[in-house]
Write a protein that binds this ligand. Structure first.
Ligand SMILES: [Zn+2]
Length: 234
């Protein structure tokens, strides 16, 4: 019985490495798979891992319909046992629903990999739909670490060296553009995310370059916006 599995975690939790390993393991057993990705760091039509491995992949653009792609290939005589779907956080809800239909009606396993939430700590639409529909959700066990050594659970966005908590949901990192500046991402623990304390800010706040301010008192919480009692909040 085919299954829809969602493997999720922060950046640096080894998702793409696991995706490549999963493909290898299934291919070694004589199974045939298709690999999909979107906005991979190595470019379009690629699935790459931070450890240096990569393979070709089908780019999932907004118009891609998984159901149509699989039906077309099956009709042409291609046998497909499983799909590897990386960067699944970027997929639309409709595309995740297409993946569920591929599992149910074509008996093809779907292994989806994605970041759970964005730099504002809100769920990506693709990840939300996967959490809702997947047969199993597995949180990756390779723990990404904050600069303080705690488990990092949040991807912070840093624009021109300053952490931001507002902006477009999808801005691919390590790119400079005239409109948004240089966008980078850093994994942080929740405490340091709430205090807007990236590794760079921590070094700047430290009295000596060798000492990082692990004491939370040196990085107070930013002032909270004043809300009226009974006022709607979002
Ligand atoms: Zn931390």
């Amino acid at each position: 019985m085919a299954e829809l599995l969602f493997f999720t975690g922060t950046m640096d939790s080894g998702k793409s490495t696991l995706a490549l390993q999963m493909d290898h393991n299934h291919a070694a057993r004589g199974r045939t798979g298709l690999i999909f990705s979107q906005h991979d760091r190595a470019g379009a039509n690629m699935l790459s891992s931070r450890l240096g491995l990569s393979t070709g992949a089908i780019e999932v653009d907004d118009d891609l319909d998984f159901w149509e792609v699989i039906v077309e290939r099956a009709t042409a005589g291609q046998h497909i046992d499983y799909l590897i779907c990386d960067e699944a956080q970027f997929y639309s809800s409709a595309q995740v629903e297409q993946l569920a239909r591929v599992v149910d009606e074509m008996d093809i396993d779907v292994f989806a990999f994605g970041i759970t939430s964005d730099f504002r700590t809100e769920l990506f639409p693709g990840s939300k739909r996967l959490v809702e529909l997947a047969d199993r959700v597995q949180v990756l066990q390779v723990e990404a670490l904050c600069w303080c050594g705690r488990r990092a659970t949040i991807n912070a966005r840093v624009v021109d060296g300053t952490m931001v908590v507002e902006g477009e949901q999808v801005v691919v990192g390590d790119v400079a553009s005239a409109e948004v500046g240089i966008v980078e991402y850093e994994v942080l623990c929740r405490r340091h995310y709430m205090r807007r304390m990236t590794s760079h800010a921590a070094r700047a706040a430290s009295p000596s370059p060798a000492l990082l301010p692990f004491d939370l008192d040196v990085c107070p919480l930013p002032p909270q916006p004043v809300t009226q009692p009974g006022a709607a909040s979002d």
